[in-house]
Structure formats: C-alpha cells, structure tokens
Design a protein around this ligand. Structure first.
Ligand code: IPE
Ligand code: IPE
Ligand code: MG
Length: 251
C-alpha cells in the first residue's frame, strides 16, 4: 500500500461512493457517439478502483446503472449491458490479483441473463478477496431498495421472526441490499449535477458530499486525490457540536 502521507492524505473515508455521471456530455463535446463516453468512463472506473485499493480505501461503491436508467433508449441499454459484461469478463482475474472482492446491489433480476450470469461468476470468484470491496450499484434505486426491505420485513413480522416493536435503524439496515456494508462516508458526483438520483437514500444520511463539474471520463486519479483532500478538511459532527469532538480527542 502507498504511503498516503506522501500524497497529502492522512484521514481516509472508509467507504467512498461515486455517481459516475457525464459520459454522454463528454462524448457530445467531442462529437462522438454516447458509447464512446461510456467506454472512456470504464477506463476511469478501473483507474479509480485501482488507486482506491492502493491508498487503502476499504469499500468503493460505483453507481453503474440506475433503476431509472432502464427508461433510456433500448440501444443505449443494450450497449451499457454489453460493456458491463465485457468489463466483468475482462477484469475478474485482475480483481483477484488485486485481492478485490466484487459485490453488487440492485434489482439484479432485471439484467439480461448473460450479464447476470457473468456478474454472479465474478462475485463467486472474488468472494474470498479481502483488501477492498468493489460494490457495483446496478439496476439500483434507493426507493426500490427501501420498498424491498419493507416487504421482507413485513413477511418476517408475519412469520413471527421479529416483533414490530423491535425494529430500529440497525435492524432495518440489515434488510437493505447494502447489508453488512458501512454507510458511505463520502459521496462524489461528477458532471456538476446537485442531486442524488435515487442513490443510497437511506445510507447517505450522514455522508459528506462532493460535487465536481468534471465529466466522469475526465475524472482521473489526481482529481480523486483532490476530492479526498477536501473530505479530510470537513468536520463531521453527526448532530453534535465541535467541542464534543475536541473533548474526545483530548482523552
Ligand atoms: C453516466 O453518464 C452513465 C450512466 C448513467 C449509465 P450519462 O450517460 O448519464 O451521461 P450524461 O449525464 O448524459 O452526460
Ligand atoms: C445517475 O446518473 C445514474 C448513474 C450515474 C448510473 P443519471 O444521468 O441517470 O441521473 P439523472 O437522470 O441526470 O438524474
Ligand atoms: Mg447523466
């Protein structure tokens, strides 16, 4: 692992989540088809995953395809699914080599069968990797995730496995697709949009946000390190006051 201090880093988020936006606009600016933007975007995803592992981030979630993205033109969806499949096929050995475990959140049943199959294969083949978790949000929507959790929870209450009085934040979290993962500390969105677009609605309650106008295919390791430097300047108070944290530090 790199000595992060040489990069000016001393406090890393445990879990970084990224809304990789702006591929289409990047391509348009260059008078290229949208797919060229998606292709270039995949290169940046690989680069950011690699540097995250190098510096010691433990979990990285990439918003790869939203539930609402199913409403895009069929041709674009087909291309995105093909690119995802190619990425998984081409990358899984490299993930194993880097000791990165791949997992996925979202309504995965909606994926084309061949993409779904490859995804499951990579999940299985990287299951023992421990250095970092790469979590792909695919066919993912925060509202859909919450509704799904509520339905399973109701079923469990009906079966008598849990009493409704016992439900709290910790228990509810275990019914989400992100079960077992820490909440994201830092959410990056590229391409300048100030919105969540249905990403990690429950989990982002106390995340720090970073929005950059840079389009995703231009977001490289240097911009990522800059973003992480901004993160370490933030004071996360979780509803308390500064002095309470300083007191704790003195102990
Ligand atoms: C992000 O880029 C990739 C996906 C949503 C799959 P976009 O395709 O949304 O690019 P813009 O926002 O149109 O520029
Ligand atoms: C969010 O980007 C989804 C992904 C990056 C995968 P969108 O481009 O779909 O978001 P909106 O439509 O601009 O909100
Ligand atoms: Mg977009």
């Amino acid at each position: 692992m790199k000595n992060i201090r040489t990069l000016g880093l001393y406090k890393l988020p445990l879990h970084v989540a990224i809304i990789m936006d702006g591929n289409g606009r990047w391509a348009k600016k260059k008078e290229l088809p949208r797919i060229a933007g998606h292709r270039e975007g995949i290169k940046r995803a690989k680069e950011i995953v690699e540097v995250s592992r190098e510096i010691g981030i433990k979990v990285i979630t990439l918003y790869t395809f939203s539930y609402e993205n199913w409403q895009r033109p069929q041709e674009e969806i087909a291309v995105l699914m093909q690119l995802l499949k190619n990425y998984l096929e081409g990358e899984w050995e490299n993930l194993v080599k880097q000791d990165i475990r791949l997992i996925a959140i979202g309504d995965l049943k909606l994926l084309p069968p061949d993409t779904y199959e490859v995804l499951q294969k990579v999940i299985k083949n990287t299951a023992k990797c421990q250095t970092m978790i790469l979590n792909l949000a695919i066919s993912y929507g925060g509202r859909q995730e919450i509704i799904h959790a509520v339905k399973v929870l109701i079923e469990n209450v009906k079966q008598g496995n849990i009493k409704s009085d016992e439900i709290n934040e910790v228990i509810f979290s275990q019914y989400l697709w992100t079960k077992g993962l820490p909440d994201p500390d830092f959410i990056i969105r590229t391409s300048g949009e100030f919105r969540l677009s249905n990403f990690l609605l429950w989990q982002s309650a106390y995340a720090e946000f970073y929005i950059t106008p840079i389009l995703w295919p231009d977001f490289n390791r240097f911009q990522f390190i800059e973003a992480l430097k901004e993160y370490q300047r933030r004071e996360r108070r979780f509803g308390k006051i500064s002095e309470q944290f300083r007191e704790k530090d003195r102990k």
